[in-house]
Design a binder for this molecule. Structure first.
Ligand code: PGA
Length: 248
């Protein structure tokens, strides 16, 4: 049986309503009849989620992700968006603990775990990002760093979560770890955090994935998909990567 793949497009803080409409239209047209076990997930800024939600309600296979979620269920948290609200507007996934949130919004491993739990509670699938800095990579601390980040997720029902191995130094840099390094890190992420606990539903790789390296990365052991930033902003590139994933 062909393995299931995930192509997750992370648009970060890019786009306009017009651009999102164009991209959703093109992606929907190119993928509606595509066979192959591939989930196509578009992680959009909050104000644009409804655009993809409309397409989804008309039979598009594009699924929606938010790029962040509040750790709180409801209340006086100005500017926050709850997991229930995201579910309410049609999101099925949410990216949690992206390194840009850890870096610019001081998100800790504990907060990331709380957000993942909040997401699960509302029926969203968290896509939890983990990964090491360049210094840690050079010091060969990748597995130790991942171990620490995973430790905080001990209480999460990982069988309901996707994990994204995203080396921070590979994001937006054009650099990627080699296949053996990706395979080793993702094999580690497949290991349950504790004896008796389930492992993640799937592990994807993110960091400078593009149409030229997607086939090789997707063929790496333990890798069930890709979380793609800049190369996903171009719909032709994104469609190419979805087609590569659909080939298995
Ligand atoms: P990139 O971003 O593909 O532009 O490297 C990946 C990410 O930040 O998830």
């Amino acid at each position: 049986m062909q393995p299931h793949r995930y192509i997750i497009a992370n648009w970060k803080m890019h786009g306009t309503a017009h651009r999102v409409r164009e991209a959703v239209y093109a992606l929907d047209n190119a993928t509606r009849l595509l066979s192959g076990a591939v989930s196509i997930i578009l992680a959009l800024p909050f104000p644009y989620l409804h655009i993809a939600a409309v397409a989804r309600s008309h039979g598009s296979r594009i699924q929606l992700a938010a790029q962040d979620v509040s750790a709180h269920a409801e209340g006086a948290y100005t500017g926050e968006v709850s997991a229930t609200m995201l579910r309410d507007v049609g999101a099925e996934f949410v990216v949690v603990g992206h390194s840009e949130r850890r870096q610019h919004h001081a998100e800790t491993d504990t907060l990331v775990a709380t957000k993942a739990t909040a997401a699960l509670g509302a029926g969203l699938t968290p896509i939890i990002c983990v990964g090491e800095t360049l210094e840690q990579y050079k010091a060969k601390q990748t597995i130790a760093v991942l171990g620490q980040q995973m430790q905080a997720l001990q209480r999460c029902e990982l069988s309901q979560c996707l994990l994204a191995y995203e080396p921070i130094w590979a994001i937006g840099s054009g650099l990627t770890p080699n296949r053996d390094e990706i395979a080793a890190a993702t094999a580690f992420l497949h290991t349950p955090t504790q004896e008796g606990r389930d492992s993640a539903k799937a592990v994807v790789y993110g960091g400078s994935v593009n149409p030229s390296n997607a086939a090789e990365i997707l063929a790496t052991s333990n890798v069930s998909g890709a979380l793609i930033g800049s190369a996903s902003l171009n719909e032709a590139s994104l469609i190419t990567m979805v087609q590569i994933a659909a080939k298995g």
